[in-house]
Write a protein that binds this ligand. Sequence first.
Ligand SMILES: [Fe+2]
Length: 292
Amino acid sequence: MDFTVETATDAVVDSFRQTKDRRLREVMESLTRHLHAFVRDIEPTMEEWEAAIGFLTAVGQTCDHTRQEFILLSDVLGVSMLVETMNGTMNGTETGTESTVLGPFHMTESPRRELGDSIDLLGTGRPCVVSGQVLAADGTPLPGAELDVWQCNEDGFYDVQQPDVQPPGNGRGLFRTDVEGRFWFRTVVPSHYPIPTDGPVGRLLDATGRHPYRPAHIHFIASADSHRPVTTHAFVDDSPYIDSDAVFAVKQGLITDFTESYDEQGAERFGVTVPFTHARFDIVLAPEPETT
Ligand SMILES: [Fe+2]
């Protein structure tokens, strides 16, 4: 059968029929059907097709050990949030804290720190204490839960973006909750920030009149035995762009009060002086599904 516009899709779908892995076959067939439908819809010229290949090539070439342009592309197209949200629904994790995107800056290992330590190694930003509890869905505290935390500094940059300014591990910490499932650490209030705009994804945002900003947030991955881990953010409640995140990651339940505190006793307990900013962020983990 000749390869024509009419027969093209069936021919390519058919070419995957020997695929041993059933899931791979399903994925490749669906990808072929949707990709061909997209091409039929937009009817690209050869120059446009070459521009598309050039764009994807540039996305790949922009990636290195501290830069992940493909995650950024997935993020700005809303695919990262779609996958996160669908997986949350499929896994029945609605009983826990809502998940949100991993983002492109979880690329180095967070240093192990003790409860109460500061993840801010510079001391130039607005002092902030973050405290909370990791809990099971029924409210039982989860002692020994692991918390991986990372954030940008007060200027909106992660350590990996400013190797000449920030020491490695600045804004990052790996904590373990105490016997009551509690955690607390010191940091600085993170800033809202633009996702990197000096690559192909930035040029895409520019060409489509979209701003590149994310509202201020602190990233968390929380995990505990017999529970589903969650990848999430605590969003700073009064941050600019809280209603127009460039990567669509804000969920109302994750918006957290970052309040000015004059509590002398609290300040002493946390090793800071008044006034300090305090954010309370509890994390609820859904149970692992029963295995039969
Ligand atoms: Fe981030």
